[in-house]
Design a protein around this ligand. Structure first.
Ligand SMILES: NC(=O)c1ccc[n+]([C@@H]2O[C@H](COP(=O)([O-])OP(=O)(O)OC[C@H]3O[C@@H](n4cnc5c(N)ncnc54)[C@H](OP(=O)(O)O)[C@@H]3O)[C@@H](O)[C@H]2O)c1
Length: 278
């Protein structure tokens, strides 16, 4: 991994930051793709202190904005001649429905569409850098997408929006792995575990109480990162693609989530929204 270029989205906190520390400690060239420049700079300084690696670069971009993702991808392509690893980790959920300037529900836009775009915009560079790996951080909370409610058209529920976006991460993994099967670019998805991070910060009411009660049983971001790291560096993952991993083992997505019809629907929708063909 020494000197190899690795991009981690959402590397300023939680699982992404813990992964970033591990990747930096392996002396890789790290790109932290973050939406908050100040927060990213503070995290960068801490990662340098822990890893003694100064080859760490920040690219500021908001994954919920297609315009911002395009600009950030251009910046990456200009500055970096290769990309060996892309970890699409960033994720968030929102208590109320927010529609982005480009007309998308913000959870779907930031957790999925932004990563779809970033990946496709960098795919040629990754293929030139092969062998390369793409890891999409999904969640066991994923559920079958209601395509008629993706923008909260029928009703907006924070959890539903989050769960659709995580199912999209998995379906995208399967679709992209299929496309890349004759290359040495692998694509896999992972559930990071139930982790003590800021992802739960906006949850209110009864669910907040439930989370507080369960908090002791959640794992640390460090433990989660240790579980994910083999997917980034281990030789045993070299030829594995199109899989979804839970606790280090290949798992089957929830019933109803992963079917040809939904995969095709998501592919068409993503292409239509972004103008980028899978
Ligand atoms: N924690 C869990 O139990 C759990 C369970 C299953 C799956 N996951 C998934 O694990 C991944 C990491 O989350 P985490 O738990 O580590 O939470 P976290 O500490 O909140 O980290 C999420 C990171 O993503 C960034 N981010 C969110 N939306 C973004 C956007 N639109 N553009 C750019 N960056 C954005 C956040 O930036 P800010 O700091 O600016 O908000 C933050 O750096 C997420 O995909 C999450 O869905 C987490």
């Amino acid at each position: 991994m020494i000197g190899r270029t690795v991009i981690i989205t959402g590397a300023s906190s939680g699982v992404g930051k813990a992964l970033a520390e591990r990747v930096a400690s392996k002396k890789a060239k790290l790109i932290m793709f973050c939406r908050d420049g100040k927060k990213a700079e503070a995290a960068r300084e801490e990662i340098i202190r822990v890893s003694h690696n100064e080859d760490i670069h920040i690219v500021v971009g908001d994954l919920s904005s297609m315009k911002s993702v395009r600009t950030a991808a251009e910046e990456i392509k200009k500055k970096f001649p290769e990309i060996r690893l892309l970890v699409n980790n960033a994720g968030a959920s929102y208590t109320r429905k927010i529609i982005t300037e480009e007309g998308l529900e913000k959870t779907f836009a930031g957790n999925y569409i932004g990563h779809y775009m970033l990946t496709l915009l960098l795919l040629d560079l990754m293929a030139e850098s092969e062998p390369a790996r793409i890891i999409n951080v999904a969640s066991q909370a994923h559920m079958k997408i209601d395509f008629e409610n993706l923008n909260g058209e029928k009703r907006y529920k924070m959890f539903d929006a989050y769960r659709y976006s995580k199912a999209a991460n998995i379906l995208f993994t399967l679709n992209l792995a299929e496309r890349m099967k004759s290359t040495q670019v692998t694509v896999n998805a992972v559930h990071p575990g139930v982790v003590k991070t800021a992802v739960y910060r906006d949850i209110g009411g009864f669910q907040n109480l439930a989370i507080k009660m369960m908090w002791l049983f959640f794992i640390t971001p460090e433990k989660s990162a240790d579980m994910i790291m083999p997917m980034l560096i281990s030789d045993s993952f070299r030829n594995i693609s199109g899989k979804y991993f839970v606790k280090g083992k290949a798992a089957i997505p929830k019933p109803g989530t992963d079917n040809e019809t939904d995969r095709e629907k998501l592919r068409r929708l993503s292409e239509k929204l972004t103008g980028l063909k899978l």
